[in-house]
Design a protein around this ligand. Structure first.
Ligand code: C5P
Length: 312
């Protein structure tokens, strides 16, 4: 290596790094009133689920993002992509250039309320940290995640966690068993800011209480009790998502009629989530949802899933 090499080139010791990173569902999303900065205080109980994106980074002459998968055409490939922003933020912190090709193998629904974009941000961050041999601590990576977006820290951590503030301040939660889920993927996405805006409109004359985690829900997670969890699932953004996308009501009804323990909109939607009693029931409910024509596709999976991990 010559004396004129940049620090980025000196730092690169691997040919490529692939990170697998999960989707999430919010088992409780308690939303407070809008804050002066436009964000909302949350009590956000995240649960990572077994749908994954894979983010692969390779050295390149300049930053470039590509994406493959059934919904790849919906993913922005410019600097608005959270994976690109993650690479830029990490490189800037270390005084190096983000000369990397980021490839996303996308399996998480796009703009679906399952933190797919956040997953790619967390995945790219961990992958670039390994590619550039930076050895950042988890705390350092979580701090960058929080700058990138409210849901990004949880994508890095996985498992289950309570998020407060914007949702970015996390406390990991114990989960005492496996929960089985079906996710019904709708046609087209919903904009998260638009759903929060609709929440503000719908609650304009209401007294919105400060958000708080439900102790019964945390107990249900800790004991792995699906029936108890079903009784406590709540998403304060659901009325707003249903207001913007009324057809989701039929999807929720279809899943309940097919035997789900509970149904709710996932995050800001429009993906809908169905908690089921076991894996077999999840498959039956997924088939019923697809057969109904009320969704584009349905995916059966389980939770909790691990957070972002280097897989190769
Ligand atoms: O943090 P993130 O960039 O993912 O948030 C996207 C949008 O969602 C914000 O611009 C805001 O409109 C809304 N949001 C909110 N309160 C939160 C999190 C997100 O109003 N706690």
């Amino acid at each position: 290596m010559s004396d004129t090499d940049t620090s980025a080139e000196r730092a690169v010791v691997r040919d490529s790094v692939t990170v697998r990173v999960p989707a999430k569902v919010n088992v409780q999303l308690a939303v407070g009133a809008a804050r002066p900065d436009g964000f909302h205080d949350l009590a956000n109980v995240f649960l990572a689920v077994g749908l994954y994106d894979e983010v692969t980074v390779t050295p390149a002459d300049e930053l470039r993002v590509t994406c493959a998968g059934p919904d790849a055409h919906q993913v922005p490939l410019d600097a608005t992509n959270l994976a690109a922003r993650a690479a830029i933020a990490l490189a800037a912190r270390h005084g190096i250039e983000p000369r990397v090709h980021i490839h996303i193998d996308k399996d998480i629904p796009v703009a679906g309320g399952m933190a797919g974009g956040s997953a790619d941000g967390a995945g790219a961050l961990l992958a670039c940290d390994a590619l550039w041999s930076l050895g950042s601590s988890e705390a350092e990576l979580l701090a960058i995640c929080a700058e990138l977006g409210s849901d990004v820290p949880f994508s890095l951590l996985g498992g289950a966690a309570l998020g407060v503030g914007r949702g970015e301040r996390l406390t990991p939660l114990d989960v005492g068993g496996t929960f089985h889920w079906v996710f019904a993927v709708a046609d087209g996405g919903l904009s998260t800011p638009a759903v929060y805006g609709e929440f503000d409109r719908l609650t304009a004359t209401a007294d919105v209480p400060p958000p708080a985690a439900d102790p019964a829900l945390l107990t249900a997670l800790r004991t792995g009790d699906a029936t108890a969890l079903a009784a406590t699932l709540v998403n304060d953004l659901q009325p707003a998502a249903l207001s913007l996308r009324p057809s989701l009501a039929a999807t929720l009804t279809t899943g309940m009629s097919a035997g789900a323990l509970a149904a709710l909109v996932s995050g800001s939607g429009p993906t809908t989530a169905f908690l089921t009693k076991d894996a077999e029931s999840a498959e039956t409910i997924a088939e019923a949802l697809v057969a109904s024509g009320n969704c584009r596709t349905a995916r059966a999976t389980s939770a909790p899933a691990p957070g972002a991990r280097v897989v190769s």
